[in-house]
Design a protein around this ligand. Structure first.
Ligand code: ZN
Length: 192
């Protein structure tokens, strides 16, 4: 096969062009596989860094219907045998009170209540700019990681130390899936 000089020149030009422009850094992302007190899977939650905070999208099942407190705890260990006390306490970068309505509150890890349907499913979509998925001082990934935890009842956003929200019933260690600053691979399709 004989290629004309113009085609050879164009091919060479395309090969010299960078595969992507400079705006192809992926947004940080993390996932939590959530388990119940019997150790069985209750679904998962996605954490996506946005320019306005961390978007948390949970898709859970097997929960008692009604309101449930949801929070980020400061240890990424979910041990059902310890009723998830292994997850530590609510994420708080400095000593602060619990709850949106509390003087000196809230903890950075405090999140709005979520509600399970009659069939036990819970689809949560919420956002927080109190922490990031980055590596800086506001990272939810502390020295011991982090966990997403749901309690048996709703948070009154005021009572210490955790909003009178009953016991912990669901817990998922938060694991990085895309570290901050990760470059998109040339062959990778657009991240939705
Ligand atoms: Zn709290």
């Amino acid at each position: 096969m004989k290629l004309s000089p113009i085609w050879l020149a164009l091919t060479a030009l395309l090969l010299l062009l960078p595969a992507r422009s400079g705006c192809d850094t992926l947004k940080a992302h993390a996932i939590a596989d959530v388990v119940g007190l019997d150790g069985s899977s209750l679904g998962h939650a996605d954490f996506s860094q946005t320019s306005h905070g961390v978007l948390i999208e949970a898709n859970l099942h097997g929960l008692p219907p009604g309101p449930h407190a949801m929070h980020i705890d400061n240890v990424g260990t979910c041990d059902p045998k310890k009723q998830f006390a292994s997850a530590g306490s609510h994420l708080s970068f400095e000593p602060r009170a619990h709850g949106y309505f509390a003087r000196g509150g809230p903890h950075e890890g405090d999140l709005p209540n979520q509600f399970a349907a009659q069939d036990g499913t819970l689809r949560a979509s919420t956002i927080s700019n109190a922490f990031t998925l980055g590596n800086g001082t506001k990272s939810l990934f502390g020295p011991k990681g982090g966990a997403l935890v749901l309690d048996s009842a709703g948070d009154d956003y005021l009572t210490q130390p955790s909003g009178n929200s009953g016991k912990r019933i669901a817990c998922g260690p938060i694991k990085r899936t895309i570290a901050p600053g990760t470059r998109r691979a040339p062959s990778q399709h657009a991240h939705k």
